[in-house]
Design a protein around this ligand. Structure first.
Ligand SMILES: [Zn+2]
Ligand SMILES: [Zn+2]
Length: 265
């Protein structure tokens, strides 16, 4: 399996996950051009994409869904709430209903040789999910846009071979930064976003010997820095109650506007 971020951050998210024969996108929140460019570096095009799985209806996760569906006949999978949310934002009613397939958290489905498990997460959207995606005995986790996590989240993200996890903000940068009070409160809340520290803490609970790579994603442009996210997560692993050191796992910060390094498992 391969995992790579095509674009990551508050301005647009799209993640590629695939096997030799099956290729999916999780979210299409950056421009179609960016997705096409990223896929081409993976020797793929949108014609190769078998399905798009949406995490939730916020525009940084669905912005180019409409322009993609206008040109490509790709099935879109999302929870009932997320589909409702997409419809609300699709004011002109341009997206055809037959392209949307309803999924439920904790009910796995297959797309060719990939098995996809949606996982409930806490975020201020109608019915957001994270995903666990497997092919044979290989597993990849994608957990972005979550304000908090619990034992259920940890149980569902255990034993991944690779993971993309949100490291949205540095708490101090957010608190002292320019955002209005209500927005700060929202981001810091249980239905907001994972801070660098929380991201590291969650990782500490799911680390294991065979984890091949960690992609840190959805970094805030205003309230985070790539080096800070990397270093904070590394320190959390070093200091956390686990047998590991901060340098035991490759940690990659997914860039805003370009294809990340590819993690192969
Ligand atoms: Zn969101
Ligand atoms: Zn987002």
């Amino acid at each position: 399996m391969r995992l790579a971020s095509l674009s990551s951050g508050s301005s647009g998210n799209s993640i590629y996950v695939g096997s030799d024969t099956t290729h999916i996108l999780v979210d299409a929140g950056c421009s179609r051009k960016r997705i096409v460019e990223g896929l081409s570096k993976l020797d793929l095009s949108l014609d190769d994409i078998d399905a798009i799985f949406v995490t939730h209806e916020h525009s940084d996760h669905i912005a180019s869904l409409h322009t993609i569906l206008k040109k490509y006949d790709i099935p879109v999978f999302a929870t009932k709430g997320t589909i409702q949310g997409i419809r609300i934002s699709d004011k002109k009613g341009e997206m055809v209903s037959s392209e949307f397939h309803e999924i439920r958290a904790d009910e796995r489905l297959t797309v060719k040789d990939l098995t996809i498990n949606p996982i409930t997460i806490m975020h201020d959207a109608l019915e957001p999910v994270a995903y666990r995606i497997s092919c044979g005995d290989k597993k990849v986790g994608i957990a972005t846009d979550l304000g908090c996590y619990n034992d259920y989240t940890v149980d569902n993200l255990r034993n991944m071979d690779a993971i993309l996890i949100e490291a949205n903000h540095d708490v101090r940068m957010l608190q002292t930064g320019p955002y209005p009070y209500m927005l700060k409160k929202r981001i810091l809340g249980d239905k907001g976003h994972l801070s660098n520290e929380k991201s590291g803490e969650l990782l500490c609970r799911i680390l294991h010997d065979n984890l091949k790579g960690i992609l840190l994603g959805h970094l805030s442009k205003e309230n985070n820095l790539p080096e800070l996210a990397y270093e904070t997560v590394r320190v959390e692993i070093e200091m956390g109650e686990n047998p590991y050191h901060g340098n035991d796992f490759p940690i990659i910060v997914a860039e805003r506007n370009t294809l990340s390094p590819v993690i192969e498992v």
